[in-house]
Design a protein around this ligand. Sequence first.
Ligand code: PGA
Length: 260
Amino acid sequence: MRKPIIAGNWKLNKTIDESINLVEDIKIKIMDLDREKMPIVVVCPVFTSLKTVGDIIDSSKSIYLGAQNCYYEDAGAFTGEVSVPMIKEVGATYIIIGHSERRQYFGETDNAINLKAKTILAHGLIPIICCGETLEQREAGQTDKIVKNQIIADLKDLTEEQIAKSVIAYEPVWAIGTGKTCESPEANRVIKLIRSTVAEVSSKDAADKARILYGGSVKPSTIEEQMSQSDIDGALVGGASLDAESFAQLVKGAMLVTSK
Ligand code: PGA
């Protein structure tokens, strides 16, 4: 059984005070939901807000903390980086890696993503590994090849057990922050391809267990249809996660569909 995940990627938004307001509001709005039926809810604030937000959600036991990036070495002369043990220390369970904005603006490579995934899993945390094609690649008919190659490189040398625990997010770059959602059947098709790639590089069991999310302009009006697809296990949400009401609606929308 794959319990759905609704993860909010706050990106470079919200000061500490604003983060407190947002997470307190989210807490209130999902407080009365049935825990059994509720998806795993994750919020990923900026590094400087992690500890504060972590302390607030700690007591609720219904929201998990995630970071938006990490470095693959634990410590050393790596100015400006934040390591996995440091992120773990503030109470995070999840770490997003390979987001297209990091690939595009900060040169994050599949090799670095793979090293990060290994370190995250070695420390008992869960990576949310992002993949997805650009508009140019889609128009050139390269979607399947690009996504497949990213997944093969990102999961290289991970054990079956590690892959089973991991979360993958299919995020077509052209759908991120653009308001253009990938049609649900198409998102499901690519996600099925990702799942079969996972089975090829690892095992069917690992592929059946790994959660694969969709990301890219997810909003309350699209979540139910997305969640009702056979292979979509939840959503990685940017814009709509910055508003407590719309984020809570996504959590509620995901509850209308049971675990897969
Ligand atoms: P978006 O961002 O929901 O604003 O499109 C998604 C993401 O980048 O994870």
